[in-house]
Ligand binder design. Structure first.
Ligand SMILES: NC(=O)c1ccc[n+]([C@@H]2O[C@H](COP(=O)([O-])OP(=O)(O)OC[C@H]3O[C@@H](n4cnc5c(N)ncnc54)[C@H](OP(=O)(O)O)[C@@H]3O)[C@@H](O)[C@H]2O)c1
Length: 276
């Protein structure tokens, strides 16, 4: 999903080569070496992950392989070639129990396998990479992938009942906005950890209602539920809000408010989902 946004937003003077699992399994050092030798990138933007949170709970081995091991292999290969590495990470490295937003220096304290595997990926970069930036983000949605926003629009269009949690909070982030930030990060000299999300905070329920409104389906009813009523074997952080100050303090424009970003993106999502 985020990879397709990078391709939609790239432009001169940056030249980009996109790679998928068909080009290299990132957990295989020989395949990664061969890919990087072929293209000799100055910077690698690492968006690959096993990002299915419940899937990670069911298959922790795959989570550790595709998230932690793959990042370690890529970090070593980039360091060996002097390539900059920009990796996308997640609010799920935090428990969400803190009452104020998480800063870039807060230690990870994940509460599920996905979060743990991404926290390990971050630690691998800190250990093995030389020039690296970890960019944590939250609640992504956009064309070309699976997301909460797309799922809500699809269910509403099908006339399926909607139950949405009202006690989970975050900053919904549009993949095109994040992709533009990633291109800036790729050519910057910043290292370490940054938090980048669209501005503002809302609950899942508010996000679902806003998405339906943008799609002209505001008459669709939603049954608000407590997170404990949602059937899932995975514990999720309920309030892992990311403090994005380092992004703006280093001269970058803050990303648009989540409501404006959502309004700009929903028409493309509706088109993709063939919702009129
Ligand atoms: N989605 C969110 O809400 C969210 C929120 C915060 C952060 N993030 C992070 O943002 C990034 C992008 O997420 P996304 O939603 O765009 O994910 P996505 O749509 O699931 O795309 C991830 C891609 O990574 C590929 N991949 C996984 N393991 C690989 C490996 N070993 N070798 C090569 N390719 C591999 C997957 O290929 P296969 O399909 O073949 O496995 C898939 O194409 C991830 O790092 C994720 O952790 C996502």
């Amino acid at each position: 999903m985020l990879g397709t946004a990078l391709l939609r937003t790239v432009g001169p003077p940056i030249e980009c080569i996109a790679a998928t699992r068909l080009d290299a399994d990132l957990a295989s050092a020989p395949q990664v070496d061969s890919l990087l030798s072929r293209h000799r990138p100055r910077c690698v933007i690492h968006t690959a992950a096993y990002a299915d949170v419940d899937g990670c709970t069911r298959d922790p081995e795959r989570a550790m392989r595709d998230n932690a091991l793959a990042s370690a292999v890529l970090a070593a290969a980039c360091a060996a070639r002097g390539a900059r590495l920009v990796m996308v990470s997640t609010d799920y490295v935090f428990s969400g129990e803190k009452t104020v937003p998480y800063g870039v220096d807060d230690p990870p304290d994940p509460v599920n396998v996905y979060g743990e595997s991404k926290a390990r990926a971050e630690a691998e970069l800190a250990r093995a990479a030389s020039d690296y930036l970890i960019l944590r983000t939250q609640w992504l949605y956009g064309p070309g992938g699976r997301s909460f926003v797309a799922a809500i629009l699809k269910r509403a269009a099908e006339g399926s009942p909607l139950r949405v949690v009202d006690d989970e909070f975050g900053s919904p982030t549009c993949t095109d906005d994040l992709a533009r930030a990633l291109w800036q990060a790729a050519v910057s000299a910043e290292t370490g950890v940054m938090h980048v999300t669209n501005s503002g905070v809302c609950s899942r329920l508010e996000l679902a209602r806003a998405a339906l409104e943008c799609a002209g389906m505001d008459g669709v009813a939603i049954d608000p539920i407590h997170s404990s009523e949602w059937p899932s074997a995975t514990r999720r952080p309920l309030r892992a809000i990311l403090d994005t100050r380092r992004w703006s303090e280093t001269g970058h424009e803050p990303l648009a408010h989540w409501r404006d970003a959502l309004a700009a993106c929903v028409p493309a999502l509706c088109k993709e989902l063939t919702i009129n």
